[in-house]
Design a protein around this ligand. Structure first.
Ligand code: ADE
Ligand code: ZN
Length: 324
């Protein structure tokens, strides 16, 4: 039989940081447009910094590049450039993260960020029929007060968001710190997801579920260390948005053949495949699927996981039926 073209398989992208789609070429173009200086001489020097040792060594580069994003048009251009690549990759629905606390620290108000990103998403829906929306992430290694403040600032525009998430440096910043902020988000009618169990322990996954009311867990791969948790995820059908190339690049796993994905799938957990920060990790979502296939995951399993990405999304049942 012919090899599967992973780009033609219908799928949703549920774990994607828009700032992590900033390709070095666009970063330097925006730096020039805005008169901002990046702490890297050129595109090649920036790419040389992509040999990451762990999550923090990536976050240092990722946050350094975010200074080039200043205007509404920058955010619109970033989103639209990503959504065009997603379209080519066969992605029909995108629920994407952004980190407004970091932009606020760079002097960019959350309204500017939201205006630009929404404009990009609206244009992509007109051009390519891509649906989805935005998930505001709280940056767990910034003060909880600043998370609460950004949430109050966007509260009047909560209807323009799908939900809230939790990202950035994990170990030492347990979900429990954000219990009140997530309760407030729920009050505003927002869906809730959280990064947990990427570098941090399985206990952080339990906390995200029990204390934050997370409906999906981003990464969640350390769940394999706790058989009771794995049974719970499977029984309750709580999806994990797994990002294989990210896990390898950030050394959360040694290589794809050592990835916990097969064990999770075997245990009946609803696993989806996403690209996390594709500009930094060497591939978009179809590349992640192709890499798993090359590492020995059966095609039929990967087709199932692509289907899960649609079912695990926050799209309406009617839209899910169209997406499949
Ligand atoms: N922010 C962007 N990518 C991230 C990741 N993989 N984990 C935590 N925070 C992030
Ligand atoms: Zn992530």
């Amino acid at each position: 039989t012919d090899p599967i073209d992973w780009r033609t398989l219908p799928k949703a992208e549920l774990h994607l940081h828009l700032e992590g789609t900033l390709e070095p070429e666009l970063a330097f173009a925006l730096a020039e447009r805005n008169g901002v200086t990046l702490p890297f001489a050129d595109v090649d020097e920036l790419r040389e910094r992509f040999a990451f040792e762990d999550l923090q060594s990536f976050l240092d580069v990722y946050y350094a590049c975010m200074v080039v994003l200043r205007t509404r048009d920058d955010f619109a251009d970033l989103a639209l450039a990503y959504l065009e690549r997603a379209h080519v990759d066969g992605v029909r629905h995108v629920e994407a993260f952004f980190d407004p606390q970091v932009h606020a620290a760079n002097g960019v108000p959350v309204d500017v960020v939201l205006d630009g990103l929404r404009a990009g998403f609206d244009e992509a829906e007109r051009r390519w029929g891509i649906t989805g929306g935005l998930i505001l992430c709280f940056v767990r290694d910034l003060p909880v007060d600043s998370a609460a403040a950004v949430l109050e600032e966007v509260a009047p525009r909560a209807g323009e968001l799908l939900g809230v998430g939790l990202d950035s440096a994990e170990v030492g910043y347990p979900p429990s710190l954000f219990q009140e902020v997530f309760a407030r988000a729920a009050e505003l009618g927002l869906r809730r997801v959280a990064h947990a169990g990427e570098e941090g322990p399985a206990d952080y996954v339990w906390q995200a579920l029990r204390l934050l009311g997370a409906e999906r867990i981003d990464h969640g791969i350390r769940s394999v260390d706790d058989p009771e948790l794995v049974r719970h995820l499977a029984r309750e059908r709580i999806p994990l948005t797994v990002c294989p190339l990210s896990n390898v690049r950030l050394r959360a796993v040694e290589d794809l053949r050592a990835h916990p994905l097969p064990a999770l799938v075997e245990a009946g957990v609803v696993v989806t495949i996403s690209s996390d920060d594709p500009a930094y990790f060497g591939g978009y979502v179809a590349d992640n699927l192709a890499a798993l296939a090359a590492a020995g995951i059966p095609d039929a399993t990967l087709v199932d996981l692509a289907g899960h990405s649609i079912d695990a999304s926050f799209a309406s049942e009617a839209r899910k039926a169209e997406l499949h």
